[in-house]
Write a protein that binds this ligand. Structure first.
Ligand code: SF4
Length: 118
């Protein structure tokens, strides 16, 4: 598998393959590239970005750490089913431990909450 390391702007072109003893990586200038390639080939993860429904708005959100790529559709379903009903500031946690491994969904923008009804 050919990969471009995204850990720094250098963008090393990596070659990674599963072997009997683990993962063989070449092309990395530093150990971060090896770790990145090993993760990509064994259990790729991504920060999930989405929006959550609120009254009169869609509020941008993201996970505060990378989640397993294999779980992304299930997590998107949970986010789609949720509704934000209170004000939040950027970085506030909206959904805790969404993946069962400690990743929280946090606000990427502030939201003022439900409109007042008097
Ligand atoms: S292998 Fe190291 S130097 Fe190369 S892109 Fe990745 S982090 Fe940067």
């Amino acid at each position: 598998m050919e990969l471009v390391c995204i850990e720094c702007p250098r963008g090393c072109l990596l070659s990674a393959e599963k072997t009997e003893g683990g993962v063989s990586v070449s092309g990395n200038f530093c150990p971060k590239g090896r770790a990145y390639a090993e993760a990509e080939i064994t259990e790729p993860r991504r920060v999930l970005t989405s929006t959550i429904r609120a009254a009169g708005a869609m509020v941008p959100v993201r996970t505060d750490r990378p989640v397993k790529k294999s779980m992304i559709f299930a997590l998107m379903k949970k986010i789609r089913a949720a509704r934000l009903t209170h004000a939040v500031a950027i970085g506030d946690t909206i959904m805790e431990n969404i993946d069962g491994e400690g990743a929280n969904v946090v606000a990427s923008a502030s939201y003022g909450g439900e409109p007042c009804s008097i």
